[in-house]
Every structure is written in C-alpha cells, then in structure tokens.
Design a protein around this ligand. Sequence first.
Ligand SMILES: Cc1cc2nc3c(=O)[nH]c(=O)nc-3n(C[C@H](O)[C@H](O)[C@H](O)COP(=O)(O)O)c2cc1C
Ligand code: SF4
Ligand code: SF4
Length: 284
Amino acid sequence: MKKRIYYFTGTGNSLRTAVNIAERLGDTELVSMRGDAVELSAEDCDVIGFVYPVYHWTVPEHVVKFVEGLKINTTAYIFAVANPSLICGFACEKMAELMRAKGAELAYANIVNCVANYVIVYPPFPSPKFMVPRMEKKAARIAEDIANRRLKAYPKAGALTRRKMKKFMGPYLELQKYADNPFTISDACISCGLCAKVCQCKNIELKGGKPTFLHHCSNCMACVTSCPKRAIGYEISAGDRALLNASGSKTSLVKIMGLPAKRKLYRNPYVTVQDLTEDIIKIH
Ligand SMILES: Cc1cc2nc3c(=O)[nH]c(=O)nc-3n(C[C@H](O)[C@H](O)[C@H](O)COP(=O)(O)O)c2cc1C
Ligand code: SF4
Ligand code: SF4
C-alpha cells in the first residue's frame, strides 16, 4: 500500500502536522509541494493527504496550482488537514472542490489551529510555549482518525466569513501583487544561499551572491525566518504604498506592514531549517 502526504509549509507547522500523521500511518512519503506536480503524480497511491497552512482564509494559491496539476488515484482514501492560526475560512471546502474537479472525494478533513506566522505583519501569537503542545495533541488525534481511515465531512466557512471575506481580505489580496517587492537584503547577508534552499516556491535566486526575488512569492515566511544573519527585511516602498492606496485599499494594514529589526520570528520547534530544504522525507 502506497501512502503519500503532500505538504506546503513556510515555518514548519504544516510539516510538523504531516510528520505526526505519517509517523502514525507508518511507511509514508512526505512530498513538498514546491516540486513539479506532473512528476510527483499520486496515481499509484492508496492513501493521499494534503497538509497546508491557511492564507487569506483559504488554500494558498501555490497549493491550489500544485493540486490542480496533480494526477491522483480517485479511489484512494484522501484527506486534508488545514493549519490556520485562527480563521480556516474556505481552506477545507476549497480542497474538496479541487478533489471534485478530479472526480474524487475528500474522505476526511480537519483543522489544526497553530501559532500565527505572518511575521511581516505581526509578531507570532499565541506564544509557542502555550500553543505548540495543543497543536501536537490535535495532530495526534487527527493522525489516529486517519490511521483508522475514519470519515469526516470537511468544515465549511461560517456565514460571517462568507459575508466579510471581500471586506477583510480585499486589502491583503491586493497586497499579494507586491508580495516580494518589499523584501530587502541588508549588508549582513553572507551569500550562504539558505533562503533560496528553503523557499517553498523556488522564488529566490542568488545573483552575484545576492538573493533576488522572482515575483512568484507566496509570503510563506520561510526565507525571513531561516536567514542565519537576519538579513531579510520587509519595507513597503513609497511607490508600492502609493500604488496600494491608488488601488482603493486605503487601510491600516498598509501602514503596519513591515518587519522591525527586533520583531520576534517563528519556526515550529520540531522542525529544523534543514527540514525546510527537503523535497521528499521518508517516514518508516
Ligand atoms: C500570507 C499569510 C496569510 C495568512 N492568512 C491566514 C488566514 O487567513 N487565517 C489564519 O487563521 N491564519 C493565516 N495565516 C497564518 C498561518 O496560516 C499559520 O500560522 C500556519 O500555521 C503557518 O503554517 P506553516 O508553519 O506550515 O507555514 C497566514 C499566514 C501567512 C504567512
Ligand atoms: S539566507 Fe540570509 S545570509 Fe544567506 S543568502 Fe539568504 S539573505 Fe543572505
Ligand atoms: S521568497 Fe521567501 S516568503 Fe516568498 S515564497 Fe520564497 S521563502 Fe516564502
């Protein structure tokens, strides 16, 4: 029986959930969604999982694109686990929709609420000390469900989330257009290339020893939180602010976005920077 979990992770929460499930399942391959979906087909898998964070109340765009391009065995036991901080929104129903488009059904879907990691907007919260043990417990319960092939209908977005999606998420989505423009590289950079290796979207290349961003960033925060010299900053330029304001998203969000040098960063304590560089992790 072939078991595979596809994961996307910036700061390790989703990877840690995937590892917890794989350890309970045994003999499972964890495959990063940074790879090429066509080459990573799941047509020969009997158990297929998708584990990912929640961005802007839904499935990250990078994950949507990957799953759209992936061939799967439609008769497999298919599960999804979303890892939001507070608001999961459409992140499970969107995955169910992606499966239906392939003629498959999501047999099981669940949520692990995690430490919020969007460090270019806010410091991580709640405190990892408080939150991580809760994340571990929830992931263990989910792993048990999945190991026993239990069924669970996917959680749907509430009425309030549906009504307020446009209002609250509009500015954030607008900001995505400038996703990696505001990144800065300071003189502290030692050209080690780690940011490129951990990037979940293959969005960083070292040119003349300096990281350059290729404009398909998902703001996953892997580079920011993995740089050994804390050389990656985030400053919205006057030009980008003007563009954002002109696009009608005058919002306090645009004012607060930025990465003060002293802001706390976050990576799941069970996940190493090396783990974030892997394409495939085998769990026996
Ligand atoms: C770009 C971005 C958007 C996010 N949007 C949401 C959101 O809409 N709702 C939510 O609950 N958490 C949101 N978060 C928080 C992450 O979903 C959460 O911290 C997640 O556990 C991170 O997973 P990872 O460590 O696997 O990257 C967002 C984080 C980022 C970086
Ligand atoms: S990880 Fe940091 S120090 Fe290394 S190349 Fe990237 S920005 Fe420079
Ligand atoms: S450039 Fe940084 S934030 Fe953007 S996708 Fe790559 S690692 Fe994530």
